[in-house]
Design a protein around this ligand. Structure first.
Ligand SMILES: CSC[C@@H](O)[C@@H](O)C(=O)COP(=O)(O)O
Ligand SMILES: [Zn+2]
Length: 207
């Protein structure tokens, strides 16, 4: 069982995040999914297929860390397992956000054949915990897109078990996943990733 007040707080944080992310153009056309931790075993997560700019409490449900619905007959996000593996790996993580921005989509496709995007010399790299200087290197892994979410969840779990430092990754031609200790931290990470990806895209366009 889970605490109903903590569920209500988690749900509201997801609704607010959705409005912000949609307004920024990072969650178009019902894409994206969001979650927030309720306790060690439960997360609140978006119901599959909902418009992320106009979420209500009815569009947020509870699943356990195995990805199974708890007290709900709704279908959780098709990508639920990509969220639960992160909560399972990192006990201090409180929120996970997945977005579908144009720079994340285009850049990951432009880097066809590469399994990471390495960034350096951006001051904004310091938005991520543990990155103290623009001279540090940010290595964003890129996973191949697939409809086999169970397989992708296993792949991401294995990667972040070995490489826990950077809270995020790209799925090629698909989008960004990022996480943080709180929803506010997680939203800051989305903004930072999106800014950096936009910069990289602009740099590649330069003659
Ligand atoms: C609208 S296409 C995007 C989906 O295929 C998926 O990638 C996505 O982000 C949203 O899926 P959802 O099941 O609503 O959580
Ligand atoms: Zn998606």
């Amino acid at each position: 069982m889970f605490d109903i007040t903590r569920y209500a707080d988690a749900s509201q944080s997801i609704i607010d995040a959705g409005r912000f992310l949609y307004q920024n153009g990072w969650s178009p056309a019902t894409s994206s999914n969001y979650s927030a931790r309720i306790d060690e075993q439960h997360i609140a997560i978006t119901v599959s297929g909902k418009h992320k700019g106009a979420l209500t409490n009815a569009d947020v449900m509870v699943v356990n860390l195995a990805g199974e619905p708890v007290q709900s007959s709704c279908r959780s996000s098709a990508e639920t397992l990509l969220h639960t593996v992160i909560y399972d790996l990192f006990s201090d993580i409180g929120a996970v956000l997945h977005t579908h921005s144009m720079p994340a989509t285009v850049l990951s496709r432009w880097l066809e054949g590469e399994n990471e995007l390495c960034l350096t010399d951006y001051e904004l790299q310091k938005a991520f915990p543990g990155y103290e200087s623009h001279e540090s290197q940010l290595v964003i892994p890129i996973f191949e897109n697939t409809q086999d979410i169970e397989a992708l969840a296993a792949e991401t779990k294995a990667y972040f078990n070995q490489n826990p430092d950077l809270p995020g990754y790209l799925i090629r031609g698909h989008g960004l996943y990022t996480w943080g200790k709180t929803m506010a931290d997680c939203l800051r990470h989305v903004e930072a990733f999106e800014f950096l990806l936009q910069c990289e895209l602009e740099m590649k366009r330069l003659p």
